[in-house]
Design a protein around this ligand. Structure first.
Ligand code: ZN
Ligand code: ZN
Length: 153
């Protein structure tokens, strides 16, 4: 696990570098408290083609190994409004390891206690060809509860 910050783009030696990169990127200016790596539910694959609509807050991933398409986070709710585009690394590579960053916020529960809910999500990616790290989409989450989002990376 090594991040090289000497070039124009940060590069990582393996997917674990996203655990450091996504919080460092701090999409939206929010502190990322949790990072969850994407893994294909069908075959366990960890390499994906990624499509996003950063305006709409939408991301889907297609497993390179088995072809399963998964709408990340709450993207399935926005698919009708989204115009997703293929993501490509500056090197031209279109296969990525992915990890979602979650920023949290305090919310007041009806009983007066304070809970924690997801406030912002960001989709981090590491190009498997040259290791370039990037955040390709991020969006606000303005509802609750949000616990289910941790299993929708
Ligand atoms: Zn798969
Ligand atoms: Zn690349």
């Amino acid at each position: 696990m090594t991040i090289d910050t000497s070039g124009t783009f940060w590069t990582g030696s393996d997917a674990a570098d996203l655990d450091e990169y996504v919080p460092a990127f701090a999409a939206g200016g929010y502190a990322v408290e949790r990072v969850v790596h994407s893994r294909c539910a069908d075959c366990g694959g960890t390499r994906f083609a990624l499509r996003v609509d950063d305006e709409e807050g939408y991301a889907d991933r297609r497993c390179v190994a088995c072809g399963r398409v998964f709408h990340m986070l709450d993207s399935a709710e926005y698919i009708d409004d989204a115009s997703p585009e293929d993501c490509a690394c500056p090197c031209g590579g279109e296969e990525f390891e992915l990890a979602v960053g979650y920023a949290m916020t305090d919310v007041a529960n009806v009983d007066g206690s304070v809970g924690r809910e997801v406030k912002w999500v960001s989709v981090g990616a590491r190009c498997v060809r040259d290791g370039t790290l990037g955040v390709y989409a991020d969006w606000k989450i303005d509802y609750g509860p949000t616990d289910h989002l941790f299993s929708e990376a």
